[in-house]
Structure formats: structure tokens, C-alpha cells
Design a protein around this ligand. Structure first.
Ligand SMILES: [Zn+2]
Length: 404
């Protein structure tokens, strides 16, 4: 990654500044950081860019050392590293498999007022704008530090950020607020739901399909569980609890994948399915699962075992995104709201790493460029005007951290 061109700290974006984040974003997108691949190429490029601006970053690797989080502190004028604001984003992107793109998803292209490419919106745009600030930051005398936190594996269940947060605690770094730059149209979002993903394995007993009393049909027992998940989800939709600030104002659940059986004339021995429960921040994330697990344990398994002792139903939690409910009075909430001149209480259904930061004791709000409607799909794109607005916003954040 080449160092960005020096720019002017102006209220309006000049050509150099626009070129800085635009070129950075194009470079970030060219690194294919789909979650099932290594992100090290991109992380090392960011580390080198920071180094070129005299900022030393540290990396936190996954167990296989194929992926890393990056954290960097731009210290305050007297070398202070505590307090200050974290700008946070994830470096991984969702797959393009099976999607029909008009152009190469990893070869970004500008058409009209939009830049197209995987990750342009979710969320390399925010990271590019953040990195584009480096020359400006170098010229400033910060009263409070600015921190950068770029994670891996957000899209597959927020696997990277907890390692980063543990390392922060270990090093005794205590930022006083965090802004997660997921796409919100540059409006402050103060809450999102939690997401809890589970795998369920139903083990029955195979038999010739003409002899149904001799077998235990794993697909049919899985189906009964899935219907129970749906019934319980319908009850939540009917009876609440409700939080009208969310676009979907109740907790939801659904089954998303299933596989089982080997032939139409064989009673299936195995069936596996995945389901999720997205809870309102006020709700206990485990309560829904307990109801499903109890039904399996108390009603279905005993029935299955009247035919075969080996029959079983097992569950595994395969992903957790903690809900976010930002403190209305937190300094970072008030800061972002006043800089955006937007005081509406906005809550969203999709999950982010913000809940993890918040749980780690760092008050967090979500505010970033682009629309979530443009994320994850073919021809993902972001409006250049959104990136420019993000740039202006972050410079105002910097102003509040800068000594007179
Ligand atoms: Zn994202």
C-alpha cells in the first residue's frame, strides 16, 4: 500500500483528499479477504502504511496464524495512550460465490457516483477513509489518543474481535469510546440485536423404508424441531416483547440450512440443520434455545429411544453476536449524535462487533458510510458522497481530540 498523498484539513474535500481514500479503498478491495481466506496481505499492507506515518501497529493472530487483527494507537501529544476514541472495522468480506456481478468483484470500478466492489460498503470504505486521515493526524497535536482496530472474521460470527479485546485488556489500554463504521448512511445507531447460531444433529436409526416401525427417521424428528422453532418464533411475533425502535420490532428465529438422508427408500439415520435466534437487547439470548433444547430432551428423544437406544439429538452453538444497547449518556454517543446533528434513537436488526466492544467496557456507537441494503449482494457498492461525508465526520471527531 503506497503512502497517501498529503492533504489539507479543509471542510470540503479537495481533489487530493478524495483521491487519497479512493485509491486506498481500491487497493483494499483488491485484497480478496473473503472470510475463508487469509487477510494477512491486507493487514500487512495497512501495517506498512501506518509505519510510513510513524505509527507502530500490533497484530493479534488466530491460532493458525493465517489471519490477524490490527490495533494501533496514535498517542496524545504527551504520549498518552489511555482514553480517546477507537475507530473500528472488520477486514473480511462475504463470499461472491453464486452471485452474478457486472464486473470483477475484486477489481473495483467507479460508475457514476458509486464505487463497485466486494467490501466497498461492508466495510472497507470506512477503513479507507480512516487511513486517509493519517497525514492530517500527523499534523495535529492530539489531546486524547486515536485508536484503530481492524479485525478478521466478523462475517462468520465475530471470531477475531474477542482476541483483540482480550489483548487490549492485557495491555491495559482503556479507550473511552468506540465508533464502529458499519454502513448506517452516516447516522448514529445505538442498538442492534444479538444473533445466536446453532447446529443441531439428529441421529436416528436406518432401516428399509417399508419397515417404518423398525427405524427412527432423523429427518422427521428434525422437522418436528424445526416446526417448534417456527411456532416459538411466531409466538414472539404475536406476543412480543416489542421494541418499536427496531425495523423488525421483536426477536426472531429461523432455520437456514438442512441436510439429511441418502435415498428415498431408506429411513434416514442422520439429519443436520442450522438455526438462529436474533434477540432484542433486552432479552436473554439463551432462553429461546433452552425451550427448543428442552423439547428435544424431554419429548422427542424419549420417543426416539423407544425404538433405538442410539438415537439422539445434539446441539452446538456455532456463532454469537452480542446485542448492542449503547448508553444514551455515554460521551461517545453524545459526540457522534452532535457531530451528525442526528438525535433520533436508531436501532438496527443486523449484528456488528459493537456489542463486544460495549461488553468490554468501551461505550460504542455504530456510524459509517453506505447502506446495509447494498451490502453482501452482487454489485455491492457505496456512494462516493457517503465516503466524503464520512471523511468530514471523522475530521470533526479529530477536531474534538485535538489540543488547541
Ligand atoms: Zn460488516
Amino acid at each position: 500500500m503506497s503512502p497517501v498523498t498529503p492533504d489539507q484539513p479543509a471542510a470540503n474535500i479537495n481533489v487530493n483528499e478524495r483521491a487519497a481514500w479512493l485509491a486506498l479503498l481500491e487497493e483494499l478491495i483488491r485484497h480478496d479477504t473473503t472470510s475463508n481466506r487469509s487477510n494477512l496481505g491486507l493487514i500487512e499492507a495497512i501495517r506498512d502504511l501506518l509505519r510510513a506515518h510513524d505509527v507502530e501497529a500490533w497484530l493479534v493472530y488466530d491460532s493458525g496464524r493465517q489471519k490477524a487483527n490490527l490495533f494501533a494507537t496514535l498517542p496524545a501529544v504527551r504520549g498518552g495512550t489511555n482514553g480517546g476514541v477507537v475507530l473500528s472495522g472488520h477486514t473480511d468480506v462475504v463470499p461472491v460465490t453464486g452471485q452474478h456481478w457486472s464486473s470483477d468483484p475484486f477489481d473495483p470500478v467507479v460508475r457514476g457516483d458509486r464505487l463497485y466492489g466486494r467490501g466497498s460498503c461492508d466495510m472497507k470504505g470506512f477503513i479507507a477513509v480512516t487511513l486517509g486521515l493519517l497525514p492530517d493526524i500527523q499534523r495535529r497535536r492530539l489531546r486524547e489518543p486515536l485508536h484503530l482496530a481492524f479485525s478478521f472474521d466478523e462475517e462468520v460470527g465475530c471470531l477475531g474481535a474477542p482476541l483483540l479485546l482480550a489483548e487490549l485488556a492485557e495491555r491495559g489500554i482503556r479507550p473511552s469510546g468506540c465508533i464502529v463504521g458499519e454502513p448506517t448512511g452516516m447516522r448514529p445507531v445505538v442498538a442492534h440485536k444479538g444473533n445466536n447460531a446453532y447446529r443441531c444433529c439428529v441421529r436416528g436409526l436406518a432401516a428399509h423404508s417399508s419397515r417404518t416401525p423398525s427405524g427412527v427417521n432423523a429427518i422427521e424428528y428434525a422437522a418436528r424441531l424445526i416446526c417448534r422453532i417456527r411456532d416459538n418464533a411466531d409466538a414472539l411475533r404475536r406476543n412480543g416483547p416489542f421494541d418499536r425502535a427496531f425495523d423488525v420490532p421483536f426477536s426472531t428465529a429461523q432455520t437456514g440450512m438442512i441436510s439429511g438422508g441418502i435415498a428415498i427408500n431408506t429411513i434416514p439415520e442422520l439429519c443436520e440443520f442450522f438455526f438462529e435466534y436474533r434477540n432484542l437487547p433486552s432479552e436473554d439470548p439463551e432462553q429461546f434455545f433452552e425451550q427448543i433444547a428442552r423439547y428435544a430432551r424431554d419429548e422427542l428423544e424419549p420417543e426416539m429411544r423407544t425404538v433405538a437406544d442410539v438415537a439422539s439429538i445434539s446441539f452446538e452453538k456455532v456463532g454469537t453476536t452480542l446485542a448492542l444497547d449503547s448508553a444514551e449518556r455515554a460521551a461517545v454517543t453524545r459526540l457522534v449524535r452532535s457531530l451528525c446533528s442526528d438525535f433520533e434513537t436508531r436501532k438496527v436488526a443486523y449484528g456488528t462487533e459493537a456489542g463486544l466492544f460495549s461488553q468490554a467496557g468501551i461505550p460504542t456507537v455504530i456510524c459509517g458510510p453506505g447502506s446495509i441494503d447494498d451490502a453482501h449482494k452482487a454489485d455491492e457498492s457505496v456512494e462516493l458522497s457517503q465516503l466524503a461525508e464520512c471523511d468530514r465526520f471523522l475530521r470533526r471527531v479529530l477536531d474534538t481530540l485535538t489540543a488547541d
